[in-house]
Structures are given as C-alpha cells and as structure tokens.
Write a protein that binds this ligand. Structure first.
Ligand SMILES: [Zn+2]
Length: 255
C-alpha cells in the first residue's frame, strides 16, 4: 500500500500519523493541541568539524499542525550513535525513545521546560524583554547556540540588575574585583554579577559555576567565530530556578 502510493504520487516519503500532542505553538504563544505526523527515520553519516570527523546519526522529522491556528511546523531530531548507551532492547543502537541529542524547530517550538520558564519569568520582564526572551529561545530552537548564549547572558544580567540596591551591587562587585584582580576596573565582569546572585541566595555555587563556564565557552566561540556544543537546556533550567528563587526573595524584600 505504502509502496504503491509512493509510486503513484512520486513521493519517497509518506507521513505516519501519530497521536495528537499538546505543546507550545509559536503563533498562538500558548500550549495548544497539535496533530502530529512522522516521516520515516533515516541513518546518515555527517561530516563535522572541518571535514575531520564523520559521525553516524539517526534523523527523524516530525510535522505538526496546530489545531487552533493551523500553523504547520517541523521538528528535526538528531541522535548521535556515539551518545547511545546500550542501544535498544535488541542491542541495535537504534533507540530513539531517549531525548534527541540535537533538535531543530521551524518555526521555533518550545519545550515544556521553556514554556514553564516563560510562564514564571513573565512577571519580572516588561513586554520588550519578554519578546527578547522569545527571540533567545527561537535562536536556541534553531541551533544558533552562540547567539542564544549571548541572549541568556543578558537575561541573567537582568536579575543582577533587579537584585538589591544599585549601591549595594556596586559595592559588592567592586570588592570582589579588587580582591581577585587587584583592581576595580574589572567590576563589570559577568562572574561578579553571578557572585552577587549567589551572595543573595538566588544561585547555588554549582549553578554559578555552570553558567560561568557556559558563558566563557560561548564567549570564546563568538570571538573565534566557531560553533559551540554548550548544552543550553542547562541554561534554561538554571534560569528557571533563578526565577523561582527570585520570586521568594522578592516577596521577603518587599515585606
Ligand atoms: Zn497555534
């Protein structure tokens, strides 16, 4: 049946209908029901890093249609063979039930975690800043990691800018830079802003280190015009925790 339709319509791919799924719609800007169709997955060899490495991947493309606004979107999921633990039950290494290693969405589609972040962070952003967040997440969802990292950095800086009084912030970063660098000229370093958030109990030390590390890698990538394999889901997760902590902090601050 599938073969005869393929011949008849000249298609080499047929869509397989899956159960409807509820997730974020870029047009509706909220969770909506989507019809879901999958193209058969494929195995590919991809050349990476200036033609040096050949990596084996599995690729799957899923097509979604929003029931509310009819926006059609595509999601491309990639699994790297070398990230497989034990393969599937038959040991064939084709297990695609784990989360994909790389996802691209066209137009942008947000994960449940990102949607949760949008909901929580809203009250601390104005309309322009919220649009900015959408842009950052859109960059992320289309694999533009370097741009997304710079975007995340500004979102973390935003929380620095709204925590405590300007003079308390300035005093803190000046003291930190004086102590570590012997000068206050470096007081605007991103690290000291993160330390301020940690000082106020808004970030744990581990989170501070993870974000600092990520930004350093992102910065190197931007300056060298290289791509980076930073895990941006971690940035989403930490920004979400920061938002939740800030909400409690803010409630105490205004008591
Ligand atoms: Zn929609």
């Amino acid at each position: 049946m599938a073969d005869s339709l393929t011949d008849k319509f000249g298609l080499n791919l047929l869509l397989h209908k899956l159960d409807n799924e509820t997730h974020h719609c870029f047009e509706c800007k909220k969770s909506t029901i989507h019809e879901q169709f999958r193209l058969p997955w494929k195995r590919k060899s991809v050349i990476e890093h200036q033609n040096i490495h050949v990596v084996e991947i599995r690729e799957e493309v899923v097509c979604f249609k929003c029931r509310n606004c009819e926006l059609t979107s595509l999601k491309r999921n990639l699994w790297n063979d070398h990230n497989d633990d034990f393969g599937d039950e038959q040991g064939r290494g084709n297990n695609m039930s784990r989360n994909a290693d790389v996802c691209f969405s066209y137009p942008a589609g947000f994960s449940n975690e990102e949607e949760l972040l949008i909901e929580r962070i809203k009250e601390f952003l104005n309309a322009d800043q919220l649009d900015y967040l959408y842009e950052v997440l859109a960059n992320k969802s289309q694999g533009m990691k370097a741009s997304a990292i710079i975007g995340f950095r500004s979102l973390f800086e935003h929380f620095f800018n709204i925590t405590g009084t300007p003079s308390a912030r300035d005093r803190f970063v000046s003291t930190c830079s004086k102590k570590r660098d012997g000068t206050t000229k470096t007081k605007n370093n991103f690290l000291y802003k993160l330390m301020w958030l940690q000082e106020n109990g808004l970030l744990s030390r581990l989170q501070q280190d993870a974000i600092e590390n990520m930004m350093r890698q992102g910065n190197v990538a931007v300056h060298r015009m290289e791509s980076t394999d930073v895990n941006l889901n971690k940035a989403v997760e930490i920004l979400y925790h920061l938002t939740v902590s800030y909400r409690m902090f803010d409630a105490n601050q205004t008591k």
